[in-house]
Design a protein around this ligand. Structure first.
Ligand code: 13P
Length: 287
């Protein structure tokens, strides 16, 4: 059964650890992440971007697949199915499709509009027992080969959005999606501490979990980060394992690729990196 992410993240704040959000793109990634969470006895959040949702033919397919896999794989740990960086319309689609959690990314709207839309979505989500994440200060990243710096969220704006009743909040603290550039200044812990002071025990979310050094991850958790998103690192592990498999020529058995064999090394590699992250975040054994 799917659960909202609220309880698992409140527990994480109290226990000073973080729950990983790992993005899914297909059945194999979902299977790898669910199997690892069960093995590690860790709660887990499956993130779905709007693009990944479309790729999998729609959010209804995703919700049905994840629910069925939880049952067929006998998964006992808490699993939340979460829309990642949702648009206003995307949030409504996921609520209808049976997601247990959504992120409304209103960070590109003027703050008044972000407030208005977030308030409305908080009400709708909570009526249905769905958790909701909001974002303040856009998370940078690579676009057309240019890596934008991560914006630092204004702690007062964070407080304003937190007060709308969201269940967890993504505050930009210099983090970016994808690989970090060589001249990256690191996370802004002063901004994080100021935000934490204003919002109290509300769980904070760290996007762009790929490539942040372990000591920074630990410090962020000590300052109230309870959810850490990882996507690119899973892709990199998947790519490397698949490349090695193809280069080894194991696919050449006269029948072309057997998709199950072709995708297995990448799927196994995702299990390795997800386990490593769960250990680093401290969520192992917390289910
Ligand atoms: P990375 O791709 O940098 O791991 O970030 C993932 C993320 O924040 C998804 O919202």
């Amino acid at each position: 059964m799917l659960v909202s992410a609220t309880e698992m993240l409140n527990k994480a704040v109290a226990g000073k650890y973080a729950v990983g959000q790992f993005n899914i793109n297909n059945l194999e990634w979902t299977k790898a992440i669910l199997a690892t969470a069960e093995e590690c006895k860790s709660p887990v959040i499956l993130g779905v971007s709007e693009g990944a949702g479309k790729y999998m033919t729609g959010f209804k397919t995703v919700a049905a697949m994840v629910k069925a896999m939880i049952e067929e794989m006998n998964i006992t740990v808490p699993v939340a199915l979460h829309l990642d960086h949702g648009t206003y319309e995307g949030c409504y689609k996921c609520i209808e499709a049976g997601f247990s959690s959504v992120m409304f990314d209103g960070s590109h709207f003027p703050i008044e509009e972000n407030v208005e839309k977030t308030k409305e979505l908080v009400k709708v989500c909570h009526e249905k027992g769905i958790s909701i994440e909001a974002e303040v200060g856009s998370i940078g990243g690579e676009e057309d080969g240019v890596i934008g710096a991560g914006e630092i969220a204004d702690p007062n704006e964070c407080k304003k959005i937190a007060d709308l009743g969201v269940d967890f909040l993504a505050a930009g603290i210099g983090n970016i999606h994808g690989k970090y550039p060589a001249n990256w200044k690191g996370l802004d812990f002063d901004a994080l501490a100021k935000t934490k002071e204003l919002i109290g025990d509300l769980p904070l979310v760290l996007h762009g979990g790929t490539g942040i050094p372990a000591d920074m991850i630990k410090k962020a958790i000590s300052l109230g980060v309870a959810k850490i998103n990882v996507n690119t690192e899973c892709q990199l592990y998947f790519q490397e394992a698949t490349r090695k498999y193809i280069e080894a020529g194991k696919d050449l058995e006269g029948k072309g690729f057997d998709p199950r064999k072709l995708l297995k090394p990448g799927t196994d590699a995702i299990m390795v990196i997800v386990k490593e992250k769960m250990e680093l975040f401290g969520s192992v054994g917390k289910a």
